[in-house]
Write a protein that binds this ligand. Structure first.
Ligand code: PNW
Length: 458
C-alpha cells in the first residue's frame, strides 16, 4: 500500500484537463473556431457525433470545478489555454475577454492553494492558421512563439509552470497522418514535417518564456509508450524498434539530445527533407528544459506481420506499416488500451537515461471505463480506482529507484469530450451528467482524496 509520505512534500499532485475538452462556450466572448470545432462538425469524424460546443460548460462552471479540486486535496492543476479564445486571428490582436477568463480561473486556483501548470497548446490550433497550412507550414511555429509571448504578457504574473506542447506525436501523426484527429489530413510521411514544425515552435516558445521570466519553469509534454517485442525473434525486435522509434525516440531525442534518430528518418524515407532544414533548428528544439512532462497510458506489444498479413497496428500511422499489435491478455480499458503499470517505469527510465539531470513529471495518466451512476447516487469505478492506485504505486517505485519524478497529474479531473470518441469515453475522477452538468465524485476520486489526506487508502 502506497502512502503519500513516500513522496516529498513539494511533489506536485494534480489533475489535468484540456481547453477544448471541457470549456464549451465555443462561440462566446470573441473566441474564433479552432481546428477541433471544424473537425467535430465534419460528419463521421466523431464516434457519437457530438462536438465540444458545450462539453463540461467549464467556461461558466469553473468556480465549482476549482472547489472540487480543492476538496480533492490536490496542490496543482494542469490545464490548457484556447489559442483562438486568446488570439482570435491566430496572432496579433489579443481578446480581452479570453484573458479575463483565464485570469479569473488562475487567480481562483492560487486562492485555493493550487499551483497552475499551464499548457499553451493542447491541439486546438486556430482554424485561421490551419487555413494557411497549419503545422505543415514552418510559419506556424513563429505564430506559436507570438502566441506564447502574448500569453506570458497576459498571465505571466500568476503562472510560473509552463508546458509548451501537449503530445506533439498526436498533433502530427493523428492530425496529419492517420487523420483521426483534427485537422483530419492524411499527408503520409509529410506528417513528420508537422512534427518538426511543432518542435521548432516549442523551442521558440521556450526562448520567449525565458526571456520574459528567467525564473519560469518550462517543459514539454510527450506521450510515451512502453514498447516490447512479442518474442525475441529479430523480426519482432525490429518491429519494437520501429514503434519505439516513431512513438518515443522521434520526440525524446531531438528535444533532449538535439538530433532526430536516423533509423526513424530512414523508416519514414524523410532523410532528405530533414537534412534540408536549417541546422540551427535543432539548437532551438533542444533548448534546456526545467522538466520533461510524460503522458503515460499503456504498453505496445508488437510483432512483425503474420505471413497472411493479418492484423494491423491499432490507429495506424505513417511508419507503423509492417508492425502488428499483439494481445498479451492484459486487461484493457474502455479505449482498448492494455493496463500495464510497470510500463510507466520503463518510460521514466528511458527518458532519464537520455537526460540524467532532468526532473520528470507524469503530466497525464488515467483510464476510461463505462461508468454509470448507481441507484445509491455514487459512481463505483473499481477498475479506475485500481488503475490509479497501481500507477501511483509505480510512481513510488520510480522514486525509490532514484528516478527524479517530481509530480503526478491524473487524467482527468472530470469526464469530458474525448476527441474522436466524443462523450462516449469517460476518464474522469468526477462523473459528469451531460444532460444536467451535475458533477459526482467517483469512488476513484474519493480514493485519491483519501490518499492525499494521508489516510492510507488501499
Ligand atoms: C491524450 N492514441 O490523448 C490527451 O493528451 C488527452 O487530451 C486525452 O483525453 C487522453 O490522452 C486520453 O485519450 C491521446 O490514440 C489520444 O494513441 C489518443 C492517443 C494517445 C493519446
Amino acid at each position: 500500500m502506497t502512502s503519500r509520505d513516500e513522496f516529498p512534500a513539494d511533489f506536485a499532485w494534480g489533475t489535468a484537463t484540456a481547453s477544448y475538452q471541457i470549456e464549451g462556450a465555443t462561440c462566446e466572448d470573441g473566441r474564433s473556431p479552432s481546428i477541433w470545432d471544424t473537425f467535430a462538425a465534419t460528419p463521421g469524424a466523431i464516434a457519437d457525433g457530438t462536438t465540444g460546443d458545450l462539453a463540461d460548460d467549464h467556461y461558466h462552471r469553473w468556480a465549482e470545478d476549482v472547489a472540487i479540486m480543492a476538496d480533492l486535496g490536490v496542490n496543482a492543476y494542469r490545464y490548457s489555454l484556447s489559442w483562438s479564445r486568446l488570439l482570435p486571428e491566430g496572432s496579433g490582436r489579443v481578446n480581452r475577454a479570453g484573458v479575463d477568463f483565464y485570469r479569473r480561473l488562475t487567480e481562483s486556483l492560487l486562492a485555493h492553494g493550487l499551483a497552475p501548470w499551464v499548457t499553451l497548446y493542447h491541439w486546438d490550433l486556430p482554424q485561421v492558421l490551419e487555413d494557411r497550412g497549419g503545422w505543415l507550414e514552418r510559419d506556424t511555429a513563429y505564430r506559436f512563439a507570438d502566441y506564447a509571448a502574448a500569453v506570458h504578457d497576459a498571465l505571466g504574473d500568476l503562472v510560473s509552470s509552463w508546458i509548451t506542447l501537449n503530445e506533439p506525436w498526436c498533433s502530427a501523426f493523428l492530425g496529419y497522418g492517420s487523420g483521426v484527429h483534427a485537422p483530419g489530413q492524411q499527408v503520409g510521411t509529410r506528417s513528420a514535417h508537422a512534427a518538426h514544425h511543432l518542435l521548432l515552435g516549442h523551442g521558440l516558445a521556450v526562448d520567449v518564456l525565458r526571456a520574459a521570466d528567467p525564473e519560469a519553469q518550462v517543459g514539454i509534454t510527450v506521450n510515451l509508450y512502453s514498447v516490447e517485442p512479442a518474442s525475441g525473434t529479430a523480426a519482432d525486435r525490429d518491429a519494437a524498434r520501429r514503434i519505439d522509434g516513431l512513438q518515443n525516440r522521434f520526440f525524446l531525442e531531438p528535444v533532449l539530445r538535439g538530433a532526430y534518430p536516423a533509423d526513424v528518418l530512414e523508416d519514414l524515407g524523410e532523410q532528405e527533407w530533414f537534412a534540408a532544414q536549417p541546422a540551427a533548428d535543432l539548437e532551438l528544439v533542444s533548448r534546456p528544459l526545467d522538466f520533461l512532462g510524460i503522458n503515460y497510458y499503456s504498453r505496445h506489444t508488437v510483432a512483425a506481420p503474420a505471413p497472411d498479413g493479418a492484423g494491423g497496428f491499432g490507429p495506424s500511422f505513417p511508419g507503423s506499416e509492417g508492425v502488428r499489435a499483439v494481445d498479451t491478455g492484459a486487461p484493457r480499458t474502455h479505449m482498448g488500451w492494455p493496463v500495464c503499470p510497470e510500463g510507466m517505469l520503463d518510460v521514466l527510465r528511458q527518458a532519464h537515461t537520455l537526460a540524467p539531470e532532468l526532473p520528470l513529471c507524469i503530466t497525464e495518466n488515467g483510464s476510461a471505463w463505462p461508468d454509470e451512476v448507481s441507484p445509491d447516487g455514487a459512481v463505483h469505478d473499481p477498475e479506475r480506482t485500481d488503475y490509479l492506485a497501481t500507477h501511483v504505486a509505480a510512481c513510488a517505485a520510480a522514486r525509490a529507484e532514484g528516478l527524479p519524478l517530481q509530480g503526478y497529474f491524473a487524467w482527468t479531473l472530470m469526464d469530458n469530450w474525448e476527441w474522436a470518441w466524443g462523450q462516449s469515453r469517460r476518464f474522469g475522477l468526477v462523473h459528469v451528467d451531460y444532460g444536467t452538468q451535475a458533477r459526482t465524485l467517483k469512488d476513484s476520486g474519493d480514493w485519491l482524496r483519501t490518499f492525499l489526506r494521508g489516510e492510507g487508502a488501499g
